[in-house]
Design a protein. Structure first.
Ligand code: FPP
Ligand code: MG
Ligand code: MG
Length: 348
């Protein structure tokens, strides 16, 4: 049988490179002041690095786009053997992870969270002030890495991620009751908060590889739809997951007054739910009323269906990439597809 039909684990495909990146990240965020270094490395420590989902996607994307091109005019070397390009693409994975962790540090301050990844959140352990500074510090180190890439298009894509993260967070924090009822508003916010990091960093991988605008757009569309599917399932799991398997309190969105896809769909079936949402969820009784409606509705199911739709669009983008018969490229594309399917079938 063909090598591309064998079962594979997307994470083990890039495991070695991931640990390389993990080591480098710890060096990249070292600081003169010991307590700042400690804070910046807090979530890069062994065991609390998280799933490293973003670097995994980006490294697989780099391999998936490694389409052999004509011999390079300037160096005479085939571009497929460019270690230099790979190092630059790894740098995108590092930058994406630094921005992600920075946003988590600030998010935990804003949410007044006490736990993250099974340990005390940085704000809880070292205080809000240090957590804010550590987040800013991670962003500054991400900027330094970005500058070293010397590519203005990539610079614009990556800074757009930060812009979008802030916009998404603001949209969630300050929304009118009309916006709270709007699926469109929710999807836009979700794109900014979660999917932009995937779309713009995937596109950056393609831009660094000097791919055509078409291929770069496919990378963007993959990231965008993977991110949307990921967040939709996250929102479903906030209702259906158990607090132990999620590592955080379940029903946390609704208890914080954050209206997500399952409730939005339930509201379409039961317009009475709009009044409950409008009253807010500071009253625990309202949470129970909303959960009652949700249970009677197809809200959870429809949110899962929407996630599956976006997953399919992500897979379609991968399948639309230029044809190739290089095993490594085919394996990586299959891993990206596999990863997408895992995102929508995951239970934690
Ligand atoms: C997690 O959301 C938070 C985000 C995905 C983004 C938060 C963005 C900011 C705080 C803006 C500042 C951005 C930067 C780059 C410093 P959540 O609270 O819904 O999920 P979680 O707490 O359960 O992970
Ligand atoms: Mg939070
Ligand atoms: Mg938050």
């Amino acid at each position: 049988s063909s090598v591309i039909e064998e079962p594979l684990d997307p994470f083990s495909l890039v495991a070695e490179e991931l640990s390389l990146i993990a080591n480098r990240l710890r060096l990249m965020v070292d600081a003169e002041v010991p307590s700042l270094a400690l804070a910046a490395k807090y979530f890069f420590k062994m065991g609390v690095e998280g799933k490293r989902f973003r670097p995994t996607v980006l490294l697989l994307m780099a391999s998936a786009l490694n389409i052999s091109k004509p011999i390079s005019a300037s160096t005479g070397a085939p571009s497929s053997v460019s270690h230099k390009l790979r190092a630059r693409q790894q740098c995108i994975a590092e930058i994406a992870e630094m921005i992600h962790v920075a946003s988590l540090l600030h998010d935990d301050v804003l949410d007044d969270a006490d736990k993250r990844r099974g340990i005390g959140s940085l704000n809880f352990v070292m205080g809000n002030k240090l957590a804010v500074l550590a987040g800013n510090f991670l962003l500054s180190r991400a900027c330094i890495a970005l500058a070293s890439l010397n590519n203005t298009e990539v610079l614009t894509l990556i800074v757009t991620i930060i812009d979008n993260l802030i916009t998404g967070e603001m949209m969630q924090m300050k929304s009118t009751s009309e916006q709270c009822n709007s699926m469109e508003y929710y999807m836009q916010k979700t794109y900014y908060k979660t999917a932009s990091l995937f779309s713009n960093s995937c596109k950056s991988i393609a831009v660094l590889a000097d791919q055509t605008e078409e291929v770069a757009e496919l990378a963007y569309v993959y990231g965008q739809n993977l991110g949307l599917a990921y967040q939709l399932i996250d929102d479903v799991l906030d209702f259906t997951g158990t607090s132990a398997s999620l590592g955080k309190g379940s029903l946390s969105d609704i208890r914080h007054g954050i209206v997500t896809a399952p409730i939005l769909f339930a509201m379409e079936e039961f317009p009475q739910l709009r009044d409950v949402v409008k009253q807010g969820f500071h009253k625990p009784a309202n949470v129970n009323v909303a959960l009652d409606y949700l249970g009677k509705s197809r809200g959870i199911e429809r949110a899962k269906e929407l996630a599956a739709e976006h997953a399919n669009r992500a897979i379609e983008a991968i399948n639309s990439l230029p044809k190739t018969d290089t095993d490594e490229v085919l394996i990586s594309r299959r891993a990206l597809i596999d990863l997408t399917q895992r995102v929508v079938t995951r239970t934690q």
